[in-house]
Structure formats: C-alpha cells, structure tokens
Ligand binder design. Structure first.
Ligand SMILES: NC(=O)c1ccc[n+]([C@@H]2O[C@H](COP(=O)([O-])OP(=O)(O)OC[C@H]3O[C@@H](n4cnc5c(N)ncnc54)[C@H](OP(=O)(O)O)[C@@H]3O)[C@@H](O)[C@H]2O)c1
Ligand SMILES: [Zn+2]
Ligand SMILES: [Zn+2]
Length: 345
C-alpha cells in the first residue's frame, strides 16, 4: 500500500484529525494525483455531521492537482500533467447509462470519491482532504490551461452538478433562469447561466447578497420571504435551479416556474411533498440532477476555460478544515472554501 496523509472525521460532531492513510498500489489504468486544492462542499458537511464513526470518513470530492505516477496502461496522462477529479471515480462502463456517457447514473451506482465502495477490492473510498489520491484514468480530467487550479476545484462537484441540468434543460440566450440559494452550487449556477446567455435571477433568504448577485452577472435578487416580490415573479422562469441545502417547501419555488418550465431540485436530496396542482397549473415539471457524466464534465471544463468561469474561493491551509466546516454551517462563506493541501507535505 502507498502511504499518504489526510483529514479524517471522527464520530458525529467531532473534529477532523490529521491521520496517515493508505492508498492502493497503482492498477494498470490508475493515475496517482498529488492533491493540491480540494473544495469544501456542503455534502462534506452533511457527511461529517451524520458520520457514525463505523468506517473511516475522509471527505473531499472536488479537487485539482498534478499527476505523479501512472499505471502501465495509461496513455492519456503523464507525470506533471495538471488534472481535476470530481465526485465519481468509477462506474460499470457497460450499462445503458454508462454507454450514454451518463456514468453518474450507472445502473450499478457509480463509485463515489469518498464513502463509496471500490468495485475491485470492496474497500471504502477515502476522499481528497488528503495529499494523494489514486484514481482511474477515465475519471481524471485534464485541467485546461488558463483555469486557476484553486478556483477551478469546485467546478468538479458544484460546477458539474449545476451544469448538467442547465444543459439538459436547454438554457441559452432566450432563457430566464432563477437560482435559489446563493452558495457554492448557486453562485456557479449563476455564473454558468449568465455565460450561457440566460437572463438570471437569484432567490435568497435576505437581500444581503444582492450586490454579489449583480456582480456575478445576475440581473435581480428576490428575497424568498418577501411574498409580494415572490408573487410578482409568478410564472416568470423557464428554469429554476434549487440549490438550498436544507429541507424546505418547494411550493413557493414551483410558483416561479413558467408555463412548461422546470424546477430542478438538487440541493436537498430526500423526500419532498408536492401538491399535484402546483405542477398541473402551468404544466410545470419537477426534476433533479447530480454530478455529471464524463463527456459533460469535460465539456463543462472547456466551457469554463473559454468563458473564464471559476468559483469565488476563500483559500485556507488544510489544517483549517474544521474552521471551514463550521463557517460553512453558518453560511459564512462567499462562496466556496478551498483547502490548500501543501501543508500536508
Ligand atoms: N445533487 C447533487 O449531486 C449535489 C452535489 C453537491 C451538493 N449537493 C447539495 O446541494 C446543497 C448545496 O450545497 P452547497 O455546497 O452549494 O452549499 P452552500 O454553499 O452551503 O449553499 C447552500 C445555500 O442554501 C441556502 N440555505 C442554507 N441554509 C438555508 C436555510 N436554513 N433555509 C433556506 N436556505 C438555506 C443559502 O443560500 P442563501 O443564503 O442565498 O439563502 C446557502 O448559501 C447541499 O445540500 C449539498 O449537499 C447536491
Ligand atoms: Zn459536492
Ligand atoms: Zn454503468
């Protein structure tokens, strides 16, 4: 086994601790990546807070770094290449979803970057809050030149998660898009929708982020608790991207959806209650999305390089990971923490 170092969660509520970790030896199609930057996703926070302590938990599933070693069958990468890796690291490769380039929906469930099960040895995957990650070449993406590696890291979970629905729902220059929840996913949804040419509005709990909404290219911010503004925006948006991190009533957000439009509910994953009439009136559609297939991930990275889209990040030494999680919990981040892993060397 290869030795590395990372930040491991203890039982629910306890602090992450610096620990030595083991990674597998390189398989024929594996790439060894020195992790330089890893984003702190709200999913990491959910995982750490819910962790029962039964299996090791090392979060981290949006990272960039440099290839340090390759297996004998790897032809797409060489040591020294700048790369990016997201929240899935393997899939069956043969089911209809994999064949369609939607490895994120693999019928055998894709292998998650952390807290997943390795398809070959059955071990629990350990994430990228660590100095080294071993990953199949197919799930490793060249990081386009021009993209800053720290600010690009969040594209690999937050970015692709909002990119796939924006693409699948045909968002372009004539679209009106609302983004509910201006956090890590939300601010990238705004930047991507704006770059696609859409008229984009933010829906947030207060007007405290109104200046940011405009700076990000949005044309308006609606306060979700302002019933008058919400009513005035009724049926206005072709696409509503809901990235809110907690359970909530989706009725007010369905109200914003235009005739034949779609609400993509992708922030809080779980059971929701929907009144059929909220869909019936206006023939509205309810959808969701998560992560992305390999073709869409590569396309998203190219689009971001062309349009200069990266996350607004606050870069912290990885030793401040517990601070980052606490502040994320308090919504005290504009708009993504990224951990600099060099302090693990
Ligand atoms: N579908 C997927 O595959 C996928 C992938 C990644 C993440 N996620 C999930 O997406 C969610 C967002 O992740 P993130 O990293 O963007 O989180 P984040 O940076 O914390 O942003 C979440 C936003 O939700 C809003 N919010 C938070 N608490 C709220 C509350 N109590 N009531 C109403 N709104 C609240 C806030 O927006 P305002 O301040 O503007 O109101 C906040 O900025 C998380 O639940 C995460 O697990 C899903
Ligand atoms: Zn994530
Ligand atoms: Zn599959």
């Amino acid at each position: 086994m290869r030795k590395t170092v990372g930040w491991q969660a203890g039982r629910s509520g306890s602090r992450l601790r610096r620990t030595s970790l083991e990674r597998r030896e390189l398989r024929a199609d594996d790439v060894a990546v020195r992790v330089d930057y890893c984003g702190v996703c709200h999913t990491d926070l959910h995982a750490v807070r819910a962790h029962a302590g039964d299996v090791p938990l090392v979060p981290g599933h949006e990272f960039t770094g440099v290839v340090t070693d390759i297996g004998p069958e790897v032809t797409r990468f060489a040591p020294g290449d700048r790369v990016a890796v997201g929240n899935i690291v393997d899939s069956c490769g043969v089911c209809a979803m994999c064949q369609a380039g939607q490895e994120n929906f693999c019928h055998e469930f894709p292998t998650l970057t952390y807290a997943g099960t390795d398809r070959y040895d059955g071990t629990t995957t350990l994430g990228a809050y660590s100095r080294e990650y071993i990953v199949r070449d197919e799930f490793t993406y060249p990081l386009p030149t021009g993209l800053d590696p720290a600010a690009a890291a969040p594209l690999l979970c937050a970015g692709i998660t909002v990119w796939e629905p924006l693409q699948a729902l045909g968002v372009g220059p004539s679209s009106r898009v609302a983004v509910a929840g201006l956090g890590g996913l939300g601010h990238l949804a705004v930047k991507l929708a704006v770059a696609l040419g859409a008229d984009t509005t933010v829906v947030s709990r207060s007007d405290g982020k109104a200046g940011d909404a405009r700076r990000l290219g949005g044309h308006d911010l609606i306060v979700s608790t302002d019933r008058r503004r919400m009513a005035a925006a009724r049926d206005r948006f072709d696409v509503v991207i809901d990235t809110i991190a907690v359970p909530h009533d989706i009725a007010p957000y369905l109200g914003l959806v235009a005739l034949n439009g779609t609400l993509s509910h992708l922030g809080h994953l779980g059971t929701i209650t929907v009144r059929t009439t909220d869909l019936l009136i206006g023939r509205k559609k309810l959808s969701s999305a998560g992560s992305g297939g390999r073709p869409a991930t590569a396309a998203m990275l190219e689009f971001c390089a062309q349009h200069n889209v990266v996350a607004d990040v606050e870069l912290l030494p990885s030793a401040r990971v517990n601070d980052a999680l606490d502040r994320l919990e308090r919504n005290d981040v504009r708009y993504r923490f990224v951990l600099n892993m060099s302090d693990l060397s």
